[in-house]
Ligand binder design. Structure first.
Ligand code: ADP
Length: 342
């Protein structure tokens, strides 16, 4: 039988009052920073071996929730439990069950890959030949065993992220928490990292929560919680969320979108909205509807599109506004945001 490099050497102790099948349970979590409420009562469960995404634009509360789950912050009210341990009452026990990969780099670039993991192992009480074996296993798992003696500063961004991942996994956690792990990575490295996450889920049955502001990453999750201004606005699989819209999303660009929307509403009795100077509507058989509109309003439509609903359409439907405010768009290559006008 193939050895399982990430299997638990000694299964961590399970809380005796753990009756829920969920490995992570978030209940009515509220968090206030002075007079600002960052989370307004968020609840969801994550099942074992699920790849779960927390999707939301800037300021939606992802980092706040991430810090509560990783026991770095105490919520104002509500509960968060992982593997049956309460984040507020039993933080030390909970921490033994989680691996955390923060957005900020935590590896020492002047040390080798091996040395970084050696120090991490010591923090978790791993020692000697067991630790040595575990480091070799985990470096093989992330595809960097050949580079173990090289300083991390000589690695690409993607390779450095894989060392961060290896650090988070060294102590055999059942749950991995990752905060925007692909920030700053090129598309190839981003793709690789997502593949690692899927392998971890499938082969090692690690439960994973990953925060992201990128729709294409969210689509790769088994299930998603979509946050907006501290509220949970959608929860489900990417497929079920987009399916609920049904039909097509049609948009028309016009020099006077407000007037065009009003006339489309009156003439076709459909629900048309205006966003970013575009008339937008959700409709069955969009390709049949479009020629009728173009014919009804000759010369008024500068461009149009018909597309299948995306997670952004789910977000619009649930919040009434776009994922990104009008002047901010995601820069897909780096995962950073930039002003659209720049
Ligand atoms: P995200 O990670 O989705 O960008 P955050 O959890 O960082 O969202 O922020 C949620 C809200 O809480 C925002 O309005 C943000 O300005 C506010 N916030 C975050 N950290 C602090 C803090 N330390 N003090 C005051 N307000 C904060």
């Amino acid at each position: 039988m193939t050895p399982n490099p990430l299997a638990l050497a000694e299964p961590p102790q399970q809380s005796s009052d753990s009756t829920s099948p969920a490995i992570i349970s978030v209940r009515d979590v509220v968090h206030r920073y002075q007079d600002r409420t960052a989370l307004h009562g968020v609840s969801f469960d994550v099942q074992s071996a699920e790849l779960f995404g927390l999707l939301g634009p800037n300021g939606s509360g992802k980092t706040t929730l991430f810090r509560i789950l990783s026991t770095l912050m105490v919520p104002t009210s509500g509960t968060a439990t992982i593997a049956g341990f309460d984040a507020v009452r039993e933080p030390a026990s909970l921490r033994r069950h989680i691996g955390v990969v923060f957005q900020a780099q935590s590896i020492d670039p002047k040390l080798t890959a091996y040395e970084n993991l050696w120090h991490q192992g010591h923090l978790y009480g791993l020692r000697g030949s067991d630790l040595k074996r575990r480091i070799e296993e985990i470096l093989s798992r992330v595809g960097l065993i050949d580079r173990k003696a090289d300083r991390v500063e000589t690695f690409s961004g993607g390779m450095q992220r894989r060392i961060e991942l290896a650090k988070g996994l060294l102590h055999h956690p059942e749950v991995l928490l990752l905060d925007e792990p692909t920030t700053g990575l090129d598309p190839g490295a981003r793709h690789d990292l997502w593949q690692y996450l899927q392998i971890l889920r499938d082969q090692e049955r690690v439960s994973i929560i990953v925060t992201t502001h990128l729709m294409e990453e969210a689509e790769r999750c088994d299930r998603l919680a979509i946050l907006n201004e501290g509220n949970l606005v959608a929860l489900g699989t990417p497929e079920s969320l987009t399916r609920e819209i049904g039909g097509d999303v049609v948009s028309f660009e016009s020099s006077d979108a407000e007037s065009l929307a009003e006339r489309i509403r009156r003439r076709f009795r459909v629900d048309a909205t205006v966003m970013n100077n575009q008339v937008r509507l959700e409709i069955e058989n969009g390709h049949r509807f479009v020629p009728d509109v173009v014919e009804a309003f000759p010369g008024e439509i500068q461009s149009l599109s018909v597309s299948k609903p995306t997670l952004e359409d789910v977000f619009i439907r649930r919040t009434g506004h776009r994922f990104w405010s009008e002047d901010i768009v995601p820069e897909k290559k780096s995962g950073k945001r930039k002003r659209s006008s720049s």
